[in-house]
Design a protein around this ligand. Sequence first.
Ligand code: GLV
Ligand code: MN
Ligand code: MN
Length: 425
Amino acid sequence: MLEESVRRAIRVDKDRLMRRLDALAECGARDDGGCNRLAFTDADKQGRDRVIGWMRELGLTVEIDAIGNAVAIRAGATDGPPVMCGSHIDTVRTGGRYDGNLGVLAGLEVVETLNDAGLTTRRPLAVAFFSNEEGARAAPDMMGSLVYVGGLALTQALDAVAIDGARVGDELERIGYRGEASVPGPVPHAFVELHIEQGPILEAEGIQLGAVTGVQGISWTEVTVSGQANHAGTTPMSYRHDAGYAAAETTSFVRRLTREMGGAQVGTVGAINLDPNLVNVVARKAVFTVDLRNTDEALLKKAEARLHEHLDAIAEAEGVTISTRTLARFEPVSFDRRIIELVADTARSLGRTVKELPAGAGHDAQMLARVCPSGMVFTPSAKGISHNPREHTDPEDLEAGANTLLQVLLALTESDEIPTRQASP
Ligand code: GLV
Ligand code: MN
Ligand code: MN
């Protein structure tokens, strides 16, 4: 057991963390400073190779599983399930350099800090990155962590088809990351993910860290509208079966729906493809996505029902046929109260202000929460901008987040039980 005074005094090295963040951002770098590292692409492979190289340099034992998740273990004084941290290193096409990457590289920074101090934790420590958290190239999001916890069959994940027509399993083989370790993976003692908030709340309220209470429910639907291609000049308006119109009208509807429902309801039409997509042809076909999220499951179901009523009505009015396919559906998740309080108390003990708040984005921790006590630490995001190359968090905030992660992980590795508020270190 680490002596408490020694344990409490340990701090990460901010510059070393920043150097790794910068080096990982070189993989799939965009001209505008952001990252394009869509899952299972060459850039993803490059990022994976780099992070796994660091894991090995730090003396960790790395296992890659059948969906490409990487789990790196630092041995403890005792055997048994590790305390795990981590996140993802894939990005959206217009990604920044912190979303996901911070949680993985802060985990490596924790390991290097312990290595430098010559400290062995009581329980083993694990740093993981999970495949395809974004789900932007192939749904669902959180694919790797969902498979890891047994929430999605491996074959179903491998057979998922990407937006470019590639099969996930083929791409995984191609980049050399179809690993040997079996899924579902071993259950950790606890899981903690450090992540940028990706929203505006902490910055707006002048608060330095977030203790995340849970993750809102997520509903992704792909909508296919089949209409009739026709001449844009000669077809009277009353003769049209316009798939493009149905897509546009549904996009407006989603915004109206969020206004009418208010509260936590958000809705996005983020991808639209028209066919034949030509200036003088009424669209024959539209394929688009609807992303609905709410912290309240009953309200999320209501939003989904209203979307389907709208689709029925527009199909009838425009004389088109509409079919839908669920790409992802996750109920809201609450994190373990003990971990939420441990995060909040630890942040305060490091002299930081902290607020409990729910996450708006999906996270791997919401999947790990199915199998072990889990929680998250948030750092502020400048202007709340994310999924954008301009995503930014000040290095001092990243450092504070990493030190909180370090101390939370040590509290979990050294105690018999998950600490409760009264007993917390
Ligand atoms: C994925 O992480 C998402 O929140 O869309
Ligand atoms: Mn993320
Ligand atoms: Mn993301």
